[in-house]
Design a protein around this ligand. Structure first.
Ligand code: C2E
Ligand code: CA
Ligand code: CA
Ligand code: CA
Length: 278
């Protein structure tokens, strides 16, 4: 299948350090998928921890392949990165989000946070600022508050990270450090860079209540976040017990299936309406 092909190709390129020559089909399929409208975006709500009210949404890319069906982003994003296709793919994401935003801005409250995931490769590229500017120009004016989610990988060996973050702040974008706790030397980055949000990885959240050793680490991270004045988003919250534990520890925002799965725009609007009615 395509998916196995992708994984196999990644393995090959990781092992040999060579770029794929015999497995170029999936790369072509991404470009074709863009042209043929096989990608769409789903939006997962984030809620404010203390009252459970909607706070914003995270845009998540979806690919429905004509023969393979749904291909998970974890598989095609890393493939797109390896094949130098992450920039066109992210430009396409911008286009899709802007299209959805024409509808969503009439339905969601002003000030709704809208976060997008960025690849470090794009962030470090010379087209990044231009792409972001072009996107903002086609987005509804003064409606959303933007957040870019980036992983720790963006900081590794990236001399200009500080400069890019400063540019983002000057242009009113907030920055979230994503998947926090899954990489190396993470704590150093928290002090070094001006993040606005810290997203606690699902792995941490899922261990709540199952491993006694986890809570001291998570406690330390949350304490540090508080000292540095960062907002905290716990992702992958699936149970009421997890939510209660997190709220108790002062986490400011929650995201996960307990509240909602990622939703198509129409369903996202219904979600907001239901929450408002509560
Ligand atoms: P992420 O940024 O950590 O996104 C959160 C992932 O957790 C999403 O998976 C979401 O559907 C899933 N999730 C949310 N709540 C729960 C929960 O309660 N339980 C469980 N088990 N899962 C939950 P998804 O959509 O499959 O995306 C996977 C990853 O792919 C994302 O992880 C992100 O790193 C990447 N990705 C997705 N869309 C994009 C994109 O547009 N651009 C880039 N660069 N990466 C993207
Ligand atoms: Ca994310
Ligand atoms: Ca994450
Ligand atoms: Ca993740």
């Amino acid at each position: 299948t395509l998916l196995t092909g992708i994984l196999f190709s990644l393995l090959i390129s990781a092992l040999s350090g060579l770029l794929l020559t015999r497995h170029q089909r999936p790369g072509k399929e991404i470009m074709q998928g863009i042209k043929r409208g096989q990608f769409h975006v789903e939006y997962q709500p984030l809620v404010t921890a203390h009252d459970g009210q909607p706070y914003g949404v995270e845009a998540l890319l979806r690919w429905t392949h004509p023969t393979e069906g749904m291909i998970p982003p974890d598989a095609f994003i890393s493939y797109a990165e390896a094949q130098n296709l992450i920039i066109p793919l992210t430009q396409h994401l911008f286009t899709l989000v802007a299209r959805d935003a024409q509808f969503l801005c009439k339905q969601l409250p002003r000030g709704t946070r809208l976060s997008l995931n960025l690849s470090p490769l794009h962030l470090a590229s010379e087209s990044f600022r231009r792409d972001v500017q072009a996107w903002i120009n086609i987005m509804p004016t003064d409606h959303f508050n933007y957040v870019f989610e980036i992983t720790e990988r963006s900081m590794v060996g990236e001399k200009s990270a500080g400069e890019i973050f400063a540019w983002l702040h000057e242009n009113n974008f907030k920055i979230a450090i994503d998947d926090f706790g899954t990489g190396h030397s993470a704590l150093i980055y928290l002090e070094k860079y001006p993040f606005d949000y810290l997203k606690i990885d699902r792995g941490f959240v899922q261990s709540i209540g199952t491993e006694t050793v986890t809570s001291p680490v998570l406690d330390a991270v949350l304490l540090l976040a508080k000292k540095l004045n960062l907002k905290t988003v716990a992702e992958g919250v699936e149970t009421g017990d997890q939510a209660a534990w997190l709220v108790n520890r002062g986490v400011t925002h929650l995201q996960g299936y307990l509240f909602s799965r990622p939703l198509r725009p129409e369903n996202l609007v219904s979600y907001y309406q239901r929450q408002r009615a509560l």
